[in-house]
Design a protein around this ligand. Sequence first.
Ligand code: ARG
Length: 250
Amino acid sequence: MNRFLPLLLGAALLGSAQARTLAEIKKAGVIKIGTNAEFKPFTYFEGMTMRGFEYDLGNAIASQLGVRAQWVNQPFDNLLIGLNGDRYDLVISSHGITPERQKAVDFSAPHYCSGGMIVARAGGPKTAAQLKGKTVATQVGTTYVGQIAKVVGTKNVRTYPNNADALQALRAGRVDAMVNERFYSLEALKASGGKLQQGDMLFQEKLGMAVAKGNKTLLGAVNTALKTVQGNGTYAKISKTYFGQDIRCR
Ligand code: ARG
């Protein structure tokens, strides 16, 4: 269970009254979008510039709403709390749609489907069975934490605030494996020059965009915008740019 869940639920009860409606966002001409931009190829920085699949998708959705997107970079573990604290209107940061999170925020239709992949140093564990008794790194606050714990037990999960730190722990031999988003992991493998090896998918999940609990007008508009960009070729084009394929749920 996410250590921030009680806080999150509290924020959901108190905070959502202030969430900006679609009309208010349109009037302001700007939608604020929260993300954790160290998650290549979803949202990440290239120098001072934010880039990525979710960055382009968020901008395309903003443009469907007739507004400009203003991006707010946050640690992953703060994102849903900040949403219910009204620091931004929408969160696009590869959140798995889980019943636990659905108690605190409302999710859009999934904007892609993926899952957690095992990565290790060459010669290391590749399957869930081979993870038994090993230490496994991942980012704090993610769905991966619980999925890894199911296999290796809570005390063998090592959590890090940033993915880069989890990856560094793996490279340096401080942990035996890492479980992370499939495409994030593939990107890390590519960059490792053969030092890291690809393992199995540990589980599958549907990823969605989040609005403050009860923000129906914004949620409706975001879902409509997603459908439009998935229908008019925009989504396919963005997806192919970053993944060479269309990653929408089938
Ligand atoms: N899919 C995972 C989850 O829902 C991890 C997402 C991490 N996203 C990020 N931008 N770092 O918890």
